[in-house]
Ligand binder design. Structure first.
Ligand SMILES: [Zn+2]
Length: 284
């Protein structure tokens, strides 16, 4: 690096450090996966807003042509300059290296820092914040990954690719996928299969649980979610099928839709290939 450029970068970093201590605002490098499986790398100081802009087609020409996009990776940077430097570096990485980077993001990790207990307060707060971002926005929540695994297992069995997991206090207590073909079942959808697999539970357990499902819940599954008072539902996508989300919201259930590219692609392909089977499943 040229000394003059290095000096300029240092000055920018100092400036930003000062600005950041005033606003406390971090910047992020992020990687999106587009609907065709390609990656898009960018930076932002507000992941949630930026992701929405991308999916609204207002953030970049590239992503607008490859919608929808899903967040696959993010890392916190100390200011905009650092984020820009990281962006250059990550953009230059081959696909395989990007995949490795993304793999590190699936769980909040300590980056080799050992026990959380031993961390200073500030670092703990950073981790907590990071985890909240992962949970709230990314869609690459580990539990949605598990629901997708279920959907894929169903597809591999010749069934309908919809999966779900029921999560209680951060632990999966039930998981399953649509069983129309496999068990000739009219009532085992992703969500009801996960409920069935969770077995008999106390009312208090359902009331502290989250249902993760790859597809917007149909009226039957919505009914089961309401019956048991499950307070939060995380949905992979509602582009290929819009279930009873308004009913859920109207009854006070927190509904989050990730519009995950993988979930959409999986259902699109399935509906195209087996429209008869799909119509049977949604009662058409
Ligand atoms: Zn259903």
């Amino acid at each position: 690096m040229k000394p003059a450029y290095k000096k300029m970068l240092q000055r920018m970093q100092q400036k930003e450090k000062a600005a950041r201590s005033r606003t406390g605002e971090p910047w992020f490098l992020y990687i999106l996966e587009c609907s065709d499986g390609s990656f898009y790398t960018g930076i932002t100081n507000n992941i949630e807003r930026r992701l929405k802009m991308h999916n609204d087609g207002k953030a970049s020409r590239y992503t607008r042509r490859h919608l929808p996009v899903a967040l696959r990776y993010q890392e916190e940077c100390r200011g905009r300059t650092e984020a820009l430097v990281r962006e250059c570096a990550v953009k230059a990485l081959p696909r395989k290296k990007k995949d490795q980077l993304i793999a590190t993001f699936q769980k909040p990790c300590l980056n080799g820092e050992g026990s959380v207990k031993a961390l200073p307060r500030k670092r703990k707060n950073d981790l907590i914040r990071k985890f909240q971002i992962v949970e709230g926005v990314s869609g690459m929540d580990q539990f949605m990954r598990e629901a997708i695994k279920e959907a894929k297992a169903g597809l591999a069995e010749g069934g309908i690719p919809i999966g779900a997991v029921l999560v209680h206090k951060g632990k999966i207590i039930g998981r399953g996928h649509n069983q129309r073909v496999q068990k000739q079942s009219a009532i085992l959808h992703g969500e009801t299969a996960a409920l069935e697999n969770a077995g008999r539970q106390k009312a208090a357990v359902y009331r502290e649980s989250v249902m993760y499902t790859t597809l917007s819940p149909c009226s039957m599954c919505t009914g089961a979610i309401l019956l048991y008072g499950i307070p939060r539902v995380v949905i992979g996508e509602n582009k290929t099928f819009m279930g009873e989300e308004e009913l859920l919201r109207g009854r006070g259930v927190k509904v989050e839709v990730l519009q995950d590219a993988e979930c959409i692609a999986m259902m699109k392909k399935f509906i195209k290939e087996k429209p008869g089977l799909w119509n049977e499943d949604i009662g058409k």
